[in-house]
Design a protein. Structure first.
Lengths: 112, 108
């Protein structure tokens, strides 16, 4: 069965530290996405990619970098984590530019 | 850019009652998707519904592209339907925009 997995599932980081969130998909989808979900804001798009080697800015990219080294893997990188980045982060994959999206289980990040 | 309005924001039902959840889009869209989410849980895709009507068990989704709206109908609600329902739209540029969600509670 096609799947999107995320690691770690929970992470506590210190302010100013570097955090890397990883996402792996076995759907063989070209597109991958990183969202964050906060109370009162719903899901907001941080970065996305439409293939290995590509990364694009979403609606709230400041403070985040992304990396897509292969079709299967998409990482979100917080070089200097801040408490405002405490959130739940979701990764998703999709087949084409307007196709159905499939979500991972989420990563709960707390920055102290 | 695209904005997505969901209504109602919250809803409480007695078990067995029906519910109609609405999603309205500020601009034209190419596709949309309905999701279900338990507190602290992941997003489960209910419908990928670019247009027309789709059924799945007690759920029905209807999207009217030219009116820029979509609805999710839940019939004969059950306590296990409790959670948050999210809709998201795509204007054909890879990006989905999400609504804030409808929080549903079904009481026995």
């Amino acid at each position: 069965e096609a799947a999107v997995t995320q690691s770690p599932r929970n992470k506590v980081a210190v302010t100013g530290g570097k955090v890397t969130l990883s996402c792996n998909q076995t759907n063989n989808h070209n597109n991958m996405y990183w969202y964050r979900q906060d109370t009162g804001h719903g899901l907001r798009l941080i970065h996305y990619s439409y293939g290995a080697g590509s990364t694009e800015k979403g609606d709230i990219p400041d403070g985040y970098k992304a990396s897509r080294p292969s079709q299967e893997n998409f990482s979100l990188i917080l070089e200097l984590a801040t408490p405002s980045q405490t959130s739940v982060y979701f990764c998703a994959s999709g087949e084409d530019r307007e196709g159905e999206q499939y979500f991972g289980p989420g990563t709960r990040l707390t920055v102290l | 850019g695209q904005q997505v309005q969901q209504s109602p924001a919250s809803l409480v039902l007695q078990e067995g009652e029906n519910a109609e959840l609405q999603c309205n889009f500020s601009t034209s869209l190419n596709s949309m998707q309905w999701f279900y989410q338990r507190p602290g849980g992941s997003l489960v895709s209910l419908f990928y519904n670019p247009s027309g009507t789709k059924h799945s068990g007690r759920l029905t989704s209807t999207t009217v592209i030219k009116e820029r709206r979509s609805s999710l109908h839940i019939s004969s609600s059950q306590t296990t339907d409790s959670g948050t329902y999210l809709c998201a739209s795509n204007t054909g540029n890879y990006k989905y925009v999400f609504g804030a969600g409808t929080r549903l509670k079904v009481i026995a």
